[in-house]
Design a protein around this ligand. Structure first.
Ligand code: TMP
Ligand code: MG
Length: 219
């Protein structure tokens, strides 16, 4: 029996407020893994390419209005329509790197005033990330980056309310799933500096994969 055969791909999620550098880092990471010959896939949330994703995109660009509960459920549905593909890829040994996940779902909707439990419930039993990297940057730095303000939630008051909710989300992850699944990453500095920090945190997960079954979120 070869112990390596029971290993699966790691499910790694990047979270953070808008303009903290997530998308840049996620893209560079997946490229770097592929160059090394590792199998890796980037999964963006929201995935704006699906039918549901197009409704979300219109909402975020303020081209459509929607009830807060309704858009919350669409963000969750958008994850559910990708869940089987994530599970399949992990089982086939592919590292899945997600740019946002259910944690953004809770933090942003709760920041608008929806009850925390209502925000958490629809994502129950989605694939559980093996590790979430929460990228932290001051609002002054995030706001000064180009394009801040382009989309619906990119206001200082919304970002500040979301930042508070993210601390509650982090606590919830640590309580329910263990402290080791949520790690903060300082997002200050150059792209290369942040990349080096990230590399140090995830090197073992991406090179060796993960043993054991894929967990269920919030279960
Ligand atoms: P993006 O800029 O990473 O594409 O995300 C679009 C916005 O949607 C961003 O402000 C965060 C927000 N969001 C939610 O409100 N709920 C969610 O479930 C997700 C994934 C993102
Ligand atoms: Mg954005």
């Amino acid at each position: 029996s070869d112990p390596s055969s029971s290993r699966r791909g790691a499910f790694i999620v990047f979270e953070g407020l808008d303009r903290c550098g997530k998308s840049t880092q996620v893209a560079r990471l997946v490229e770097r893994l592929e160059r090394k010959g590792d199998r890796a896939r980037l999964q963006k949330f929201p995935d704006r390419t699906t039918a549901i994703g197009k409704m979300i995109d219109a909402y975020l660009q303020s081209k459509a209005e929607m009830d807060d509960h309704a858009i919350h459920l669409l963000f969750s549905a958008n994850r559910w329509e990708c869940a089987n593909a994530i599970r399949r890829d992990l089982e086939n040994g592919i590292t899945v790197i997600a740019d946002r996940y259910a944690f953004s779902g809770i933090a942003f909707s709760a920041a608008k005033g929806l009850p925390f439990d209502f925000c958490l419930n629809p994502d129950k039993s989605l694939p559980l990330p093996d590790l979430t990297l929460y990228m932290t940057l001051s609002q002054e730095e995030a706001s000064s980056r180009s394009q801040f303000g382009e989309e619906r939630y990119e206001t200082v008051s919304m970002q500040s309310a979301t930042r508070q909710q993210f601390t509650l989300v982090a606590q919830e992850v640590k309580n329910r799933h263990g402290k080791e699944r949520w790690v903060e990453v300082d997002a200050r500095g150059t792209i290369e500096e942040v990349e080096t920090r990230i590399e140090g945190i995830i090197a073992n997960l991406t090179s060796q994969g993960v043993q054991g079954e894929i967990g269920k979120l919030w279960i």
